[in-house]
Design a protein around this ligand. Structure first.
Ligand code: UD1
Length: 356
């Protein structure tokens, strides 16, 4: 069997690494071809992740880089098509909801190549999010839909997608976390930053709705105020960095850094007193780890994390950040209850389905 995997961004690597590993083990005689679109290209956003996750060097680098949505998507399609024609895969595997996902799904389907979508069926019901469009298109055309939570079934049925295409396998991002657990638990990243485990707020922000406009300076002001009560550790995504450079001042009290490698980041995540984020993956990782997560968005395509009790939607409202210490003080400490099949074996289940 010839399988081709298309990845392009930091979260893609985390979601796909265990799938590639499981399928290589299951189908050792098969051809396993990795294409990196180059949507993320900085060493800290790409190579470091591939190295830490043990992903083999990609067979094809498309180097599409940054651009508008149309440019990024079109460039990926244009450069991927000849690769698909040359490699003749029988299945193209795409993860998540980024522009690389959309472009790869469309290119493959137009060539009549079946697509498998990992992390299918998530919906925020917010069409202003670029990811929502990408998810809907990938799910509409994929022949194999790999689901990680129950809500996905209802979301897909509501769009007329037949049950035969859905496979409830669990969460491959959690597979990666489980596989790295011994290493990140030993990493001690908090101590290296001089913050005490359980006492700091870890922040990640990168969504255009938050960082590309006036909400970013308001958020930074709120975080600066909060830093007087608890240390604030903030590894800054390149999109956010560009926008922060335009904000006046030094942001006193905030421990700002470059994007972190995954082991360092998971170490900080596991030891955090709480997390503030607009990321989808981090809502899931904190749910698995049982770390309180505050999501600075109006909606989430991952209600499973809210139902699990770890995730609180603050709204797209920087003023709500001031309420985090009080919300933490009120919380009981229940042991984490990961959703069903978030157990480190999702990629094995995907391999079962594909091999069958
Ligand atoms: C993309 C995804 C988003 C995902 C996020 C994870 C889309 C539409 N968005 O957002 O769903 O949550 O990745 O990180 O696919 N940049 C660099 N170096 C890099 C990559 C990006 O400097 O290696 C800068 C560039 O200025 C670029 C900007 O970040 O223009 C945005 O990058 P892009 O890939 O378009 O979107 P993300 O915000 O990273």
């Amino acid at each position: 069997m010839r399988i081709l995997y298309v990845v392009g961004t930091r979260p893609n690597f985390v979601k796909t690494a265990p799938v590639i590993a499981a399928l290589r083990r299951r189908l050792p005689e098969g051809a396993h071809t990795i294409v990196h679109t180059g949507q993320h290209y900085d060493r800290l956003m790409s190579e470091v992740f591939l190295e830490e996750l043990g992903v083999p060097a990609p067979d094809h680098m498309l180097e599409v880089g940054s651009g508008s949505h149309a440019v990024q998507t079109a460039r990926t399609m244009e450069r991927l098509e000849p690769v698909l024609l040359a490699e003749e895969p029988e299945l193209v595997v795409v993860p998540g909801d980024v522009n690389s996902t959309l472009a790869a799904a469309l290119t493959a389907i137009k060539l009549g190549i079946p697509v498998a979508h990992v992390e299918a069926g998530l919906r925020s019901f917010d069409m202003t999010m670029p990811e929502e469009v990408n998810r809907i298109v990938a799910d509409r055309f994929a022949e194999l839909l790999f689901l990680h939570s129950e809500e996905a079934v209802a979301n897909l049925r509501a769009e007329g997608i037949p049950d035969q295409r859905m496979h409830m396998v669990g969460n491959t991002m959690i597979d990666t976390l489980v596989a790295l657990e011994a290493r990140f638990r030993a990493a001690g990243s908090a101590a290296r930053l001089g913050v005490a485990p359980g006492e700091y707020l870890l922040v990640t922000l990168h969504r255009p709705a938050l960082v590309d406009g006036p909400l970013l300076p308001e958020t930074v002001a709120q975080l600066t105020a909060l830093a007087r009560e608890m240390p604030v550790v903030f590894p800054v995504h390149p999109r956010t960095r560009k926008m922060m450079e335009a904000i006046e001042g030094e942001h006193p009290g905030l421990l700002l850094s470059e994007p972190l490698g995954y082991l360092d980041f998971l170490s900080l995540l596991a030891d955090a007193g709480a997390v503030l984020t607009d990321s989808g993956g981090i809502q899931e990782e904190t749910t698995y780890l049982g770390v309180p997560c505050f999501t600075l968005r109006d909606n989430t395509e991952r209600p499973v994390t809210v139902n699990a009790g770890t995730n609180t939607l603050l709204g797209l409202d920087p003023a709500a950040i001031a309420g985090i210490p009080a919300a933490l003080a009120e919380r009981g400490s229940a042991p984490p209850q990961p959703p069903p099949l978030w157990d480190g074996r999702a990629a094995e289940r995907i391999a079962d389905v594909i091999a069958a």
